[in-house]
Ligand binder design. Structure first.
Ligand SMILES: Cc1cc2nc3c(=O)[nH]c(=O)nc-3n(C[C@H](O)[C@H](O)[C@H](O)COP(=O)(O)OP(=O)(O)OC[C@H]3O[C@@H](n4cnc5c(N)ncnc54)[C@H](O)[C@@H]3O)c2cc1C
Length: 475
């Protein structure tokens, strides 16, 4: 495949940015931190597609005093080059997202510029490694700057209604002050990947979770058991099969495979844009259905593992117990006992603020859906009750007023935002709407907080726009 230079497209992007740059006035008043320390108007943890899109939108709103950082090295942000073990994205190639409405910034424009229009027409789904490359290109061409290998390890309130952020990098730890913080920290950004307790009790070299680095080559000749019914479970099963595993069993806890993609249903403008405006009863009803169903395995993902004769799907296959016996793992399931050499757990994530070091100190102070809404019995769901109940701008609320008022400066753009905002953080299909909405939530709160300063600025505004003739000098 020939690869073309991107210079011409990049010139088009700059031109598009210029054509759409109105209003260009900088408007954020300067805020000083303790002892005159620099204060970022917004800090964004996570420079995956979500963090970059929010930073880009803020830049377009002339909020430029932004600190964007990511614990991963450059190019390894998000799952695409690490634990997304799939050749292509699952979402259709024409979904737009990080471009935020700029045609020259779309994946399609980038792909056509690099590989030609005919290649785009032939393309079925976007290769995952190209998506990762494209995201880096968006970041660079828009001028969004991110500091890599920098991890958020602590958040605390600071004098002046600020947040003090503890950041850890190779240079050591430092504190940065910010007025607002966006958590764009991914699927497990407000919790953890789930692993059954009986698996966690096994020696660590016997099992992996969804986001672990897995040495698949070491699974050649082994019996591998994967738990989960979603696409990641299927990808991991395929990886083990392709690496030469003796057998791979995919254990699905339900009695039937889920074959519907609810995210395909919800990808329409009305739902993406207005779900967040619904009352609690409707939001709960929709999301408990959608998140209760979970995502199915797309056809190519299913075909990839099904191509192997040494692969089997075990429905009604919950792992009730896992014990090491004679050097192998004995798995007890409702279908009987299975033996495996290695286990991979891919059963999704759970909201658990205490599992995140940066949220742990005030985990109990964050208001959740369980605190504010009691669903009808038929819709009860303890897992969803743990999701944060975000305010209209996308920020945390306090469980009890006055206990942690700084929470209103922390905006959740992780998967946990889904109950309150609908598909938002962690969704390519929603990014076009969700990133500008989050940026608007930030600018709304910043503008309101600065209203006295804006008023004073108007009072002091004395820029004249015409020079009177001598005859009018005194008028
Ligand atoms: C395996 C997998 C496959 C997916 N496939 C698709 C798909 O095909 N189509 C689709 O539409 N969606 C897909 N998704 C859903 C979604 O698009 C992705 O999860 C996407 O990566 C979300 O982007 P994000 O920027 O919100 O989070 P991420 O891309 O996960 O980025 C979060 C970033 O935060 C950083 N970070 C985390 N904690 C800290 C911290 N404390 N300090 C600093 N940095 C931190 C991480 O290093 C990471 O780079 C997939 C998700 C997964 C997990």
């Amino acid at each position: 495949m020939s690869v073309r230079p991107l210079a011409e497209l990049e010139a088009r992007v700059r031109r598009n940015l210029d054509l759409t740059s109105h209003p260009t006035l900088d408007w954020m008043p300067r805020t000083d931190g303790p002892d005159g320390a620099h204060v970022h108007d917004v800090a964004i943890a996570g420079a995956g597609q979500g963090g970059v899109a929010v930073a880009f939108q803020l830049m377009r709103e002339r909020v430029t005093n932004v600190l964007l950082f990511d614990k991963a090295p450059r190019g390894l942000e998000g799952p695409w080059s690490t634990y997304a073990r799939m050749p292509t994205l699952r979402s259709p190639k024409d979904y737009t997202g990080p471009d935020l409405g700029l045609p020259s910034l779309t994946y399609r424009a980038w792909h056509e510029a690099r590989f030609g229009d005919a290649d785009w027409s032939r393309l079925d789904l976007i290769p995952a490694h190209l998506w990762a490359e494209y995201l880096l290109w968006v970041r660079d061409v828009t001028g969004v700057v991110a500091e890599n290998e920098t991890e958020l390890v602590g958040i605390a309130p600071a004098p002046g209604d600020l947040l003090a952020l503890r950041l850890r990098s190779k240079q050591g730890e430092r504190t940065e002050f910010a007025r607002k913080l966006v958590l764009a920290t991914g699927q497990d950004g407000a919790g953890r990947w789930l692993v059954p307790d009986c698996v966690k009790a096994l020696p660590r070299e016997r099992w992996s979770a969804t986001d672990d680095a897995i040495a698949f080559e070491a699974l050649a000749g082994k019996d591998v058991a994967v738990l989960g019914a979603g696409a990641s479970a299927a990808d991991n099963a395929s990886m083990a099969l392709e690496a030469g595993a003796r057998t791979v069993n995919l254990f699905v806890r339900r009695t039937r495979m889920q074959r519907i993609q609810p995210y395909r249903w919800l990808t329409f403008s009305g739902f993406l844009r207005h779900y967040a405006d619904l009352d609690d009863a409707w939001r709960w009803r929709f999301m408990s259905h959608i998140l209760g169903l979970r995502e199915s395995i797309p056809q190519p993902t299913y075909d990839r593992m099904r191509a192997f004769a040494n692969f089997e799907i075990v429905t009604d296959g919950a792992w009730l117990d896992a014990k090491l016996e004679a050097g192998r793992v004995k798995l007890s399931t409702p279908r009987g006992v299975y033996r495996a050499d290695y286990l991979i757990s891919c059963i999704g994530m759970d909201v658990d603020f205490a599992a995140r070091p940066e949220l742990r100190p005030f985990a109990g102070a964050i208001q959740t859906w369980g605190d504010v809404y009691t669903p009808p019995k038929a819709e009860a769901n303890a897992r969803l009750a743990r999701y944060p109940y975000l305010d209209a701008n996308g920020a945390y609320r306090e469980k009890a007023p006055g206990t942690a008022p700084f929470l209103r400066h922390i905006y959740d753009f992780t998967f946990a935002a889904t109950m309150s905002q609908g598909a938002s953080g962690c969704s390519i299909n929603a990014m076009k709407i969700a990133a500008p909405r989050l940026a608007a939530g930030l600018t709304r709160a910043l503008f309101r907080a600065d209203i006295e300063r804006h008023w004073a600025s108007l009072q002091a505004f004395d820029t004249t726009v015409f020079e009177p003739a001598p005859i009018d000098r005194d008028k």
